[in-house]
Design a protein. Structure first.
Length: 277
């Protein structure tokens, strides 16, 4: 069973300026719950209760969110407002939260390597909070992937079909179909043009990685701007037949964009808000 999940949360959130000038983008609320909490709840549901947060400057609010606020607890104790804290109290009780700072913004691969001391030599999940994934009435995306890992014992990336004209926003995979929404990845390309893309299967922000993936990332030469490219590293693993792509059950909202964030807020309000969890 996979017990740890990495959350790269050091990014600047420039597409949401000026709101993110002093507030982490991961703390922007989808209705009444910050974006990062949805990801943490998804990880805990999947059995990954040890949440490793790779943070940066100005991200202290994330750490504070997953801790007890004694003054607030005291002020609302015994009042009707106390029930509003029940959800986050449950998350704090069930999760273990560790943190490390990413000193430079050098891409997702670098963030994953920065979190390595918190993960150790074991398979782990990765959640990018920008991607809100929901599967009402069924297991979360990470839980679906964790179940597949038990069977296949290799790295798994979540993918979804996107319009051909939008493939240049994503890492794109291609390979042999294996049934059950799985593809054995043989090719992975970062942000190809629509004409050069090997498919329209786009990688989204859910991964399960094996310990060997860290060695591959570490040995992959930096890309432009010194970034450590996770796609190049995964392509190396894919060529060895060690990466599966999974078309998950559920919905994904790109909350790194303003339209996606608004769509997610409306969906959560319509389908989740005010309903028993």
């Amino acid at each position: 069973m996979i017990g740890k999940c990495l959350f790269p949360v050091a990014g600047y959130g420039t597409r949401f300026l000026p709101a993110t000038k002093s507030m982490p983008k991961e703390m922007l609320p989808i209705v009444n719950k910050p974006l990062v909490q949805y990801g943490v709840e998804e990880a805990i549901e999947a059995g990954m209760s040890n949440c490793a947060l790779v943070t940066g400057r100005g991200k202290r609010a994330i750490a504070d969110h997953f801790d007890i606020s004694y003054e607030l607890e005291h002020q609302i104790a015994g009042s009707s407002k106390e029930e509003y804290l029940s959800g986050i109290r449950d998350v704090i009780d069930r999760g273990v939260f560790t943190m490390v700072r990413q000193r430079e913004m050098l891409g997702l691969g670098h963030a994953i390597l920065t979190g390595e001391p918190l993960i150790g030599d074991q398979p782990f999940g990765v959640v990018l909070s920008d991607d809100l994934c929901l599967n009402k009435g069924g297991p979360g995306v990470l839980a679906q992937m964790a179940a597949l890992y038990v069977e296949h014992q290799c790295s798994i990336v979540a993918v979804q079909e996107v319009p051909r004209e939008e493939v240049d926003k994503y890492g794109v995979v291609a390979g042999a179909k294996e049934g059950g929404g799985l593809t054995r990845v043989s090719e992975m390309v970062e942000k190809p043009s629509p004409e050069e893309a090997p498919s329209n299967l786009a990688v989204i922000g859910r991964y399960i990685l094996t310990p060997g993936s860290l060695d591959t990332i570490r040995s992959t030469p930096p890309g432009k701007n010194g970034d450590v490219p996770r796609t190049d590293a995964l392509q190396t693993r894919a060529q060895e037949g060690r990466v599966l792509a999974y078309q998950f059950k559920g919905l994904r909202f790109d909350c790194g964009s303003v339209p996606g964030f608004v769509d997610a807020t409306q969906y959560v309000f319509d389908h989740y808000y005010g309903q028993p969890e």
